[in-house]
Every structure is written in structure tokens, then in C-alpha cells.
Design a protein around this ligand. Structure first.
Ligand code: ATP
Length: 809
């Protein structure tokens, strides 16, 4: 892979201490981080104790990076040395680094501490709340029902090493309502509430410690204290991938490992839009100065998303666009899209988990023709969801593998399953995001709406992370009740089926119902499905509402059936049924509807397509009864013609043209050379009055006698002000291509040449003839053998004009 200019520049930057690489999902941050190792090894590791550390956030990502480079190893020999024999480079997770330090801490103090279980933590928290309540009876927050909130707050205190109450009293709690104007003042600065929470944190710690337990965040804090005690930095270069997710303690810990030299570097690689942990420090928009670094002039941005298609990126971005707190983050980067197109994300809703599994199994079996099973990954918010999906899919005959932290096999010929948190940094050609259900994402953690809002922002980013893992195809599905996030993604970015343009079902408010005249029961459940389909046929497929008929009768032998929707199209000037649709109550199944559509298609052989849907399932069939992927979109030729079309014979140049004028917009004309499909450019049109018919007497150009006006290209006339037109009443000039009902265009002139077709006035009566001068006489010829030529003395004939063209009837 060839790096782009900015990526290469970052890889090859001269190390000058701390620097920041921020970028959008899929912009090559991890790619750059790994390439940078090689560069640093080759150019900035010349001293004996020089070492490089690449820190990843979790195990799956670590293994994935190793896997990627194992694959590269064949083509890039050097890559192998990162992971095998090279002592200069370490690629590890932040957790394993800290756990090693924590073990050293235990050894040093000679005490064994274990990570506490969820139950133990909960119990200790409840006890701490009761204990502290005794000293702070007036603090309402101190209640077991707020134990989850308090635990989060206490863990936050540990995760940022908040060691004294004065600091906590004055700190801004980003992501918590802390008394800024307009927000509830739950965690007001310098308050009894904060003092009480700080007490809870101390008491809770003591309770666990007494029993030989710590929480994860406490373990981190001990690890930090340990490295502060023992180590002076040991890595010349540290690269921190996904640094937006680290807590303050984790960042401080890495700082301790950093060995500052003239040629050393500390690279933070971050995307705040993917910051998905509540206790993360920098991801919440805090400046780097809070951890002692000034990044002014030291940050680089990668904005081009190489991973996903434009359609997937657009839908994913739409989700976070709605969140003001994400957009206003100082390090927010707007993604730039590469020009790679594919299917828009497919969204499906199901009433039962079984329906969802069946859909997954059917779709995977279809995709197997184009993708390896290892290209597909199923992702869910919770571990339990992927576990049960794995069991059900195995039962349905799909080979699955849950990606474990230990030795995952990315290559195995199995569909992978992983949680949204663990898929961070990974990518697959096909991603299925399942169980996007209300209550599951965003998780319902807090009863308090304001607290819940802070959770939602992180959860929204989590879904964003999931969506941006797909290279080519993204499926999303919900069971029973969709996540509120689904509503936030505009339906125009989603599809119901991979190869159809149909957008997912959406309830339409009754005030927006269409074509309701004559409908008996607008409240029926079928009507909801029908109205959605009407809107799809209209907005997505472009069929005008005027072409749709509801309850359209179809004669089936002796029986009359009524189709729910029929879309008519025009052919040869006549409207005929083209698409027949049968709808059912939402989620009630489509078997009957398919059978009905098939029988209607048989009964009315004019129709081409049938569609059967209950809003949840959809089937499109052709007139042979075969299933097809999609309906055709409306084409201009399906519509009634709104133009009046005529042929124009131009006597000036002997050519023939196709002429059309928009009926509703006189003057809007189209001209083509006869037989050509190419429209001619009409630079100027002129208005030519139609002032009567040829036989009606002497034409005058007095404006009040106009019947109507024709609009012709300027180049067809000689002089616009001296041009008029007449309707032909007789058949004497048929041989010249001028028939009854045609309109002739006449240039007003008194002198003409032989063989010109003229408007001649004899005894006050006008006639159209071919002109031939013969001495002092004029011969007026018809172009029809039934009429004799007329010979007149020239003084008895008044020539009013010359016919320069004819607009055929
Ligand atoms: N210059 C490039 N040309 C082509 N493909 C690229 C380029 N840079 C990165 N990619 C590809 O884009 C995808 C995303 O890269 P990478 O995982 O490094 O991005 P990231 O910024 O770390 O993503 P995320 O933060 O979403 O995990 C990978 O498939 C990578 O191979």
C-alpha cells in the first residue's frame, strides 16, 4: 500500500518529543503508527538502550495488528522482526503493561490483591454509601439507587488520580452536570455532594482493600505509583494508538515510561469521535496541557477515510452529526470521503430474535458466493448478544468464531463475532451490527435524564465505531424495539435490501397519508404499510402519485379482486398497469400477498412487476412469477406526454425537424433534426402570430386579431416582425407536403420568385398556390391534380407573402 503524502510525512517526522496525530476513522492512523516503528528503528534508535513501545488499547487490536503484519511479512521482510526477535520494539496493550507494574507493586508490599467481581464491588459500594450517609445526611445523591452513578464517579476519581478533595471540589467535570449555567447542578463545585462522594471513594477503597480486592481503576493507580517509585523511563519512543480512550492515570503511567532524549518521541494517535469510555481523559476534549504537554504546532491531521465506502461513511457521519458535544470537541476532524462507492447500509427490523438469526443465516449463505466467511463479522453491543447469536448461527449451519482476546484466528474459515468495544481498530469486508435495540444501545443506565444523556454520547460514538469497521457492506438490525439511534440516521441513507432501492419501513403520520380519497378505513394497520409503500414508490422510485391507483379492480375469471396499489404507466398514449402491489399488516408475513400478486399478474397480462410486503419482509416478482432484486425506477417515457409534438418542414433550407412545445410552458421548445435524438441548441425563439386560416380572407398583422402565438427558432424566419402564420383549410397543396390542418409560416412580402409558394389574394379572397410569372400574367399552380392552374393578369393578383415553412398537424 502506498501511503499518501501526509501519512508519509508523519511517518518520517523528525522526533521532537510529544506530538499528536489525529484523524477520522479509517484514515490510516494505525497504519501510520506501525510504519513509524520501522522508520524510528532505522533512523532514531542508534543508542544501545534505545527502545520503541507501541501501545494499543485492547488485546483484539493488538492481535489484529500482529495478524496484519504477519500477512505483510511475506512482502515486507522487515515486518517480521517487530514481533519476533527484535528486542528494540515492544507492541503491547496498556492493560498488560499496567498489570505487570501492579504485580511488581504487590511483590514489593508483600501483599496479594485480586480484581474484585462485579457483585463484590456493588456490595462494597452500597456499604460505603450507607456509611458516608451518616456524616452527610442531607446529600440526596447518597442513596443505593444511585450506586451505579456513584461507582462511575468514584472510578473516575481513581482513573484520574484525584488524591485530595480540594482538587476534586474545583475541577470541571466534563460529561457530568456540574453546575454550569443551564444544566442541573448535581455535582456543583465546592459542594457537600462532592465532599460526600470523595468520602465514599475513600471508604469504598478501604472496604475492598481490607478483603484483599481492588477494582480495575484502583489497580491502575497502584501501577502508576509503582512505576513512579521504581522506574525511570525506559522507552525512547512511545506511540500510543487510540490514545483518546486512555484514562489520566494510564497517560501518566506512560509518561513515566518515556525516556526523554534529544532524539526521542511520544506520539499520541487519536480520534475523539471514537472515544467510547466515560473515564477517558483526552477524548473528552481536555487539552494536552492537563497532562503536561503543549501540542501547539505539533499536531497533524488525517481526514481521508480509506476504509469504508462513501455510502457507509455518510450514514455513520450522519449519526454523530446530530451530537453537539461531539462536533464541538476541540479535536474533532470532519471526514473527507474518497470516491469509492458501494451499497448504502442495509437496515432490518425484526419482531423476534429467531427472525433476525434467519435473516443473518440467509444473507451469509448468499454472500458466501462473493466473500469468504472470514470476511464477515457480526458485532453487538453486549457479550451475551454475540454468544447467543453464535449458538443460533451454528445451529443454522453457519460456522462461527467469537474473537477471543487470546490467540484469535482472524483467517479461520468462520464468520467472526465480536463486541462493539472490541472491534475498535479492526475492519472486515462485511459487518453485521445486530441487536441495535432500545435499552441495549444506548444502554439504559440511569433514571436521571441528564446523566443518561452523558452516557448516550459515548454510546453513539460506539455505534459510529461499529459502522465504520465495514470495508464494503454494512448490515444493521434491531429486534422488537429499535434503538433511538436508528431514528437519528436519515432513512435516505439506508436500504431495506442489498440490491433494492427500497428504504426501510417507517410509520407515516396520518396527516401525511396520500391518495386517501375513497378509502374507507384510514385507521387500518394495512394502511400504514400501504402508505409507506406509496411514499417509497413515489419518492424512491419516482412514480408520480397521479399514476397510482388504490383498490384497482382485476378480473380473475368469475371473481373480481382489488389490488392495494397499482402503478400505471403510459404506453402508446394509453395508461396501463405496470406494477401491482399487495400489502399486509406490519410484520404479519407476506406469503398470502405473494400468492395474490402472482395471481393478479396472471390475470392482467399488461402488468410487468408485483411487489408483496408487510413492511418487514418484501418480495418483488416479475410477470413470470420469478423473484427479482428491484423494481425499475420511473422513466420519462412512462409519463403522459406533456409536450405538443409536430414536424416542421423548412422551405428555406429544405430540411425537416421534430418540434415540441411544452403545453404548460409556451415558448419552452425542443428541436431536433428529423430522425436525430440530439437536441439542437435554440439560442433565440420568436413569437409568430397565428392570425387565421388561409381561406379566411386577407390576412392582416393587427395584433388584436391573433388567434394564438407560435414559438419558433429565430433562424427559421426571415424577419420576426414580418412573419405570421395561417391554418391550412384546403387540400390544393398536398403535393408540396402542405395538408389541411397544417400551419404555414408566411413571410410578408409583395414580390416573390417563380416556384415560391405564396399567399395570393384574388377578389378579396386568399389562396395558397405556387407562383409562376409569365410575362404580364401570373400562373397560380396547385400541387394536387384535382385542381386546375389559375391564370391571372398580374394587376388582379395581390401577393401577400411567401410560405417559408409548414408546421405539420
Ligand atoms: N494511503 C492509503 N491507501 C490505501 N489504503 C489505505 C491508505 N491508508 C490506509 N489505508 C487502508 O485504510 C484502512 C484503515 O486504516 P487504519 O486501520 O490504519 O486506519 P485508522 O485511522 O487506524 O482507523 P480506525 O481509527 O477507524 O481504526 C486499512 O484497510 C488500510 O489498509
Amino acid at each position: 500500500m502506498k501511503l499518501n503524502v501526509e501519512q508519509r510525512r508523519i511517518v518520517e517526522l523528525e522526533p521532537t518529543g510529544p506530538m499528536l496525530v489525529k484523524g477520522v476513522a479509517g484514515s490510516g492512523k494505525t497504519t501510520v503508527a506501525i510504519r513509524r516503528i520501522q522508520f524510528l528503528m532505522d533512523h532514531y534508535c542508534h543508542e544501545e538502550d534505545d527502545k520503541i513501545l507501541l501501545v494499543t488499547y485492547n488485546k483484539t487490536l493488538l492481535n489484529y495488528i500482529k495478524h496484519q503484519y504477519d500477512r505483510l511479512a511475506d512482502s515486507e521482510q522487515d515486518a517480521e522482526r517487530f514481533f519476533t526477535s527484535n528486542a528494540e520494539v515492544e507492541i503491547v496493550t496498556i492493560d498488560s503493561l499496567m498489570f505487570t507494574a501492579f504485580r511488581n507493586y504487590q511483590k514489593r508490599i508483600g501483599k496479594k490483591l485480586e480484581i474484585a467481581s462485579v457483585e463484590k464491588i456493588h456490595k462494597a459500594m452500597i456499604m460505603a454509601i450507607h456509611e458516608v450517609k451518616k456524616s452527610y445526611p442531607e446529600v440526596k445523591l447518597l442513596s443505593p439507587k444511585n450506586s451505579r452513578f456513584l461507582l462511575d464517579e468514584v472510578e473516575w476519581l481513581y482513573s484520574c488520580s484525584m488524591e485530595d478533595v480540594e482538587t476534586y471540589q474545583s475541577v470541571d467535570r466534563i460529561g457530568r452536570a456540574s453546575g454550569n449555567s443551564g444544566t442541573p447542578q448535581k455535582l456543583l463545585k465546592n459542594s457537600q455532594t462532592r465532599a460526600a462522594i470523595f468520602e465514599v471513594s475513600r471508604f469504598f477503597w478501604q472496604l475492598l482493600e481490607k478483603e484483599g480486592f481492588v477494582t480495575f481503576k484502583q489497580m491502575n493507580l497502584q501501577a502508576l505509583n509503582e512505576v513512579r517509585q521504581s522506574a525511570s523511563g525506559s522507552y525512547t519512543h512511545i506511540i500510543i494508538d487510540e490514545s483518546q480512550d486512555l484514562t489520566r492515570v494510564q497517560l501518566e503511567f506512560l509518561k513515566e515510561l518515556y525516556k526523554e532524549k534529544a532524539h526521542s518521541s511520544l506520539m499520541f494517535v487519536a480520534d475523539n469521535t471514537q472515544s467510547i469510555y466515560p473515564q477517558s481523559w483526552l477524548g473528552k476534549g481536555r487539552p494536552y496541557t492537563t497532562i503536561g504537554f503543549d501540542m501547539s504546532g505539533k499536531s497533524r491531521t488525517l481526514s481521508k477515510n480509506y476504509r469504508t465506502t462513501t455510502e457507509i461513511s455518510t450514514a455513520a457521519f450522519h449519526l454523530i452529526e446530530a451530537d453537539e458535544s461531539i462536533q464541538s470537541n476541540v479535536d474533532f476532524v470532519k471526514p473527507a470521503l474518497i470516491d469509492r462507492h458501494g451499497h448504502p447500509p442495509i437496515y432490518r427490523f425484526f419482531l423476534t430474535p429467531q427472525q433476525q438469526v434467519k435473516f443473518l443465516a440467509d444473507e451469509i449463505n448468499l454472500l458466501k458466493n462473493d466473500y469468504a466467511l472470514s470476511d464477515m463479522c457480526i458485532v453487538a453491543r453486549g457479550k451475551r448478544n454475540i454468544e447467543s447469536a453464535a449458538i443460533d448461527l451454528e445451529k443454522a449451519g453457519i460456522q462461527c468464531e467469537i474473537l477471543q482476546n487470546q490467540d484469535p484466528d482472524f483467517e479461520s474459515d468462520k464468520v467472526k463475532l465480536v463486541t462493539m468495544h472490541s472491534i475498535k481498530g479492526l475492519e472486515f469486508k462485511v459487518i453485521f451490527l445486530i441487536d441495535l435495540n432500545s435499552g441495549l444501545i444506548p444502554q439504559d443506565l440511569y433514571a436521571d435524564a441528564e446523566d443518561q444523556k452523558t452516557v448516550e454520547s459515548d454510546e453513539r460514538k460506539l455505534l459510529y465505531v461499529g459502522m465504520t469497521r465495514a470495508n464494503e457492506l454494512l448490515y444493521m438490525s434491531s429486534v422488537k424495539k429499535p434503538s433511538s439511534f436508528i431514528k437519528e440516521i436519515n432513512r435516505k441513507h439506508l436500504r431495506m435490501k442489498k440490491d433494492a432501492s427500497l428504504r426501510p419501513f417507517e410509520s407515516i403520520s396520518m396527516t401525511d397519508y396520500r391518495l386517501t380519497d375513497g378509502l374507507v378505513d384510514l385507521h387500518s394497520k394495512e394502511e400504514l404499510t400501504r402508505q409507506w409503500l406509496i411514499r417509497e414508490l413515489n419518492e424512491t422510485y419516482g412514480y408520480p402519485l397521479e399514476l397510482m391507483q388504490l383498490e384497482y379492480p382485476v378480473q380473475q375469471f368469475s371473481k373480481k379482486g382489488y389490488c392495494d396499489i397499482v402503478v400505471m404507466v403510459y404506453s402508446g398514449g394509453e395508461a396501463r398497469p405496470y406494477i401491482i402491489a399487495e400489502v399486509k399488516r406490519f410484520g404479519s408475513g407476506i406469503e398470502d400477498a405473494v400468492a395474490q400478486v402472482k395471481s393478479y399478474l396472471e390475470a392482467d397480462s399488461r402488468a410487468f412487476y408485483g411487489i408483496a410486503t408487510d413492511g418487514l419482509e418484501v418480495k418483488i416478482i416479475d410477470r413470470q412469477g420469478e423473484e427479482v432484486q428491484d423494481l425499475p425506477k420511473c422513466r420519462p417515457q412512462f409519463l403522459p406526454d406533456t409536450k405538443s409534438r409536430r414536424v416542421y418542414k423548412n422551405f428555406k433550407n429544405g430540411r425537416q425537424y421534430d418540434y415540441a412545445e411544452e403545453q404548460d410552458a409556451p415558448g419552452q421548445i425542443e428541436v431536433k433534426e428529423a430522425g436525430s435524438e440530439v437536441l439542437m441548441q435554440v439560442h433565440e425563439t420568436v413569437a409568430v402570430p397565428l392570425i387565421g386560416n388561409v381561406a379566411a380572407g386577407i390576412p392582416t398583422l393587427a395584433s388584436e386579431s391573433y388567434e394564438t402565438t407560435l414559438h419558433l427558432p429565430r433562424e427559421w424566419v426571415v424577419s420576426p416582425s414580418e412573419t405570421f402564420s395561417l391554418t391550412v383549410t384546403g387540400d390544393s397543396m398536398t403535393g408540396a407536403g402542405i395538408d389541411k390542418g397544417d400551419i404555414v409560416i408566411v413571410h410578408q412580402q409583395n414580390t416573390v420568385s417563380n416556384n415560391d409558394i405564396v399567399i395570393a389574394v384574388i377578389d378579396g379572397e386568399a389562396t395558397m398556390k405556387k407562383y409562376m410569372a409569365m410575362g404580364s400574367e401570373i400562373l397560380l399552380l396547385s400541387e394536387n391534380p384535382s385542381y386546375e392552374p389559375i391564370m391571372m393578369r398580374s394587376e388582379d393578383v395581390y401577393i401577400n407573402g411567401r410560405v417559408i415553412g409548414v408546421l405539420k398537424k
